[in-house]
Ligand binder design. Structure first.
Ligand code: AMP
Ligand code: ZN
Length: 136
């Protein structure tokens, strides 16, 4: 299903032009227009799923396969030294467009980007408590 109010539905289905770098039956991979680095790309399903919690498991698996193909293309053509895959779900996690997408971010030595987090320092008891919450 498509959502007619969703910009990524329109881009994924070719109703709005984009800088497409590869495509298959289920996904279009486009250049992000606010890239973290040269070649920053987005894997967009051609059907509308808001996020990881909505996308069916078989689509999620195919999204990762498509991301891998795009990553190989970017590494080969742009000579990336490394690569991050980022996938945001919900406003709290920084998702701004509510259509599932994966960020493929080529990394270059000394590119000055920082796609990392500040590590916490929980006690063993706190980690045990978290583990218990998840397992119970
Ligand atoms: P997120 O914050 O994970 O929802 O990421 C949304 C991403 O989409 C951002 O990196 C934007 O730069 C990118 N973006 C938004 N609109 C467009 C567009 N029309 N074409 C290409 N990239 C877009
Ligand atoms: Zn959509």
């Amino acid at each position: 299903m498509k959502d007619h109010n969703c910009i990524f539905c329109k881009i994924a289905n070719g109703d709005i032009p984009s800088r497409t770098i590869c495509e298959n039956e289920k996904f279009r991979v486009i250049l992000d227009n606010g890239p973290a680095t040269e070649g920053h790309a987005l894997v967009l399903p051609k059907e509308h799923f808001a996020d990881l919690f909505e996308i069916p498991a078989d689509w999620a698996a195919d999204a990762m396969k498509t991301a891998q193909a795009a990553a190989e293309l970017l590494k080969e053509k742009l000579g990336a030294d490394g690569l991050n895959i980022v996938q945001n779900n919900g406003e709290a996690a920084g998702q701004t467009v509510r259509h599932f997408h994966m960020h493929i971010i080529p990394r270059y030595n000394g590119d000055g980007q920082n796609i990392l987090w500040k590590p916490g320092h929980p006690s063993d008891a706190e980690l045990d408590e978290t583990c218990k919450k998840i397992l119970r």
